[in-house]
Structures are given as structure tokens and as C-alpha cells.
Ligand binder design. Structure first.
Ligand code: 13P
Length: 249
């Protein structure tokens, strides 16, 4: 099924007012009319700044996390409604750095996806195995368990979600999964989605993330079940991010 690819930058905890403005101006200057959807997921303090910079442009705004709760005594968290006030279209949930450093469980991640969907926001739900899990032959079991929790809580809305396969061992390491390795896991995820929601599974964009860059993007994006990329380091350099966008058609 034909669907537009999605290239989403995850800035992680990088940037500042001056750097953000320079980066966004360079991206917007070079982006033209992209064949794919494009988003930048920025640190929460800069949502208003980047909202203003991207207004009326082909670049959508994303957040890197969202609270599972609607409101109340949750110090440090941002609700989906609050993010919505800044025209946030996408919210990453379950990034491996949140799972690893903030102890987020599969159930928490699923609840965050639900919170985003409730506000009409598209969750980008991340799954992925560690190196130890891959070496133990557990890749398939791990990603299926992570996705199952998300499907269980959000099955009805599955076609409004984005899934991202991010092997933990490939994140920020310069070690990309080969296109064949990535495609194999994407096919597993697609099959799992089909079992859950039938043909609507083909509407779900499954992104690859993990050291995707200007040099390897085209080959990864040519795989049948790779519908875009979630880009870390290379999203902080306008020229690299633009090359990845150009490779996504
Ligand atoms: P890198 O592209 O820096 O490996 O990061 C990938 C990632 O974690 C995107 O969410």
C-alpha cells in the first residue's frame, strides 16, 4: 500500500535558542516541497520557539515524550493537551533512553501512546532490542512483547500510530543495522500488526532508527517495510537531515 514516508528528527537533549534557529532556518531554506512527511521532535522548552519557526512550513512539530496522565500532581511531566497547545503533531513514546534511564515499562509506554491518541496526536512508539538480547537470539521476542503492549491498549487506533524500530545497539554508535537486518524485524512487526488489525496494518508507518545518516538512508528506505526514519545525530546537521529527506520518496 502506498503511503508517504515519514522522516522525523529526534533532537534528544541538544540545542539552544541560537542553535535551534540556525538549524531550522537552514532546514527550511533547503527543504522545498518534500515527497515525504517531515517532523522535528524538540526538547520541551523549545516547543514554542520551533512552533513559530516551522509555522506554515512542511515541517511538523513533535515532542520527545508525553505524560500518560491528563493533569495533576506529576511534577516535571507534560500532558498531551499541553503539547497540543503548541501544535505538536507527534509524540515519541517508549524511546529506549526513556525505557533505560527512566524505567519506563511496556505498560507505561502503551498508556503514553493512549494519552497522545486521545488528544489527536500521533504517537511514535519505539521498540528495539539491546545487543545482549540480539546475541541471545531474543530480538523477535523482545520487539513483539513491546509492540503487543501498545497494540493491546490501542488496537482500535492502530492505523493512527507510527511504530519505530530502534535497535539499542545501533543508537548513537555509528553501527547501523544492515538493510536486511532492519527489514527482517520490520516484517515481524508488520505481521504482528496484521494479526491484530488486518489490512489496516499496511497503513502503519514503521520507521527505522539507529545511526541512520545521509550515506545509508537510501538503502534502508528502499526496504519494503521501512516507511521512514527516526533520526538522532544526523538530524542536528541541516545538510545531512535534508539528504535523508531527499532519499525518502
Ligand atoms: P542516532 O541516529 O543518533 O543513532 O539516534 C537514533 C535515535 O535514537 C532516534 O530516536
Amino acid at each position: 500500500m502506498d503511503k508517504k514516508k515519514l522522516i522525523a528528527g529526534n533532537w534528544k537533549m541538544n540545542g539552544g535558542l541560537t542553535a535551534n534557529e540556525a538549524l531550522m532556518r537552514a532546514i527550511l531554506q533547503g527543504i522545498g516541497a518534500p515527497a515525504c512527511d517531515v517532523a522535528v521532535c524538540v526538547p520541551a522548552p523549545y516547543l514554542a520557539q520551533v512552533q513559530a519557526l516551522t509555522a506554515g512550513s512542511p515541517v511538523a512539530l513533535g515532542a520527545q515524550d508525553v505524560s500518560a496522565h491528563a493533569q495533576g500532581a506529576y511534577t516535571g511531566e507534560q500532558s498531551a493537551a499541553m503539547l497540543g497547545d503548541f501544535d505538536v503533531r507527534y509524540a515519541i513514546v517508549g524511546h529506549s533512553e526513556r525505557r533505560q534511564y527512566h524505567g519506563e515499562s511496556d505498560e507505561t509506554v502503551a498508556a503514553k501512546a493512549t494519552a497522545a491518541l486521545t488528544q489527536g496526536m500521533t504517537p511514535i512508539a519505539c521498540v528495539g532490542e539491546t545487543l545482549a538480547q540480539r546475541e541471545a537470539g531474543e530480538t523477535e521476542a523482545v520487539v513483539k512483547r513491546q509492540l503487543a503492549a501498545i497494540i493491546h491498549a490501542n488496537g482500535r487506533c492502530i492505523s493512527e500510530m507510527v511504530v519505530a524500530y530502534e535497535p539499542v545497539w545501533a543508537i548513537g554508535t555509528g553501527k547501523t543495522a544492515t538493510p536486511e537486518q532492519a527489514q527482517a524485524v520490520h516484517a515481524v512487526l508488520r505481521t504482528q500488526l496484521r494479526h491484530a488489525v488486518g489490512a489496516r496494518a499496511d497503513l502503519v508507518r514503521i520507521l527505522y532508527g539507529g545511526s541512520m545518516n545521509a550515506g545509508n538512508a537510501a538503502q534502508l528506505l528502499a526496504q519494503e517495510d521501512i516507511d521512514g526514519g527516526l533520526i538522532g545525530g544526523a538530524a542536528l546537521k541541516a545538510a545531512d537531515f535534508l539528504q535523508i529527506i531527499a532519499a525518502a520518496h
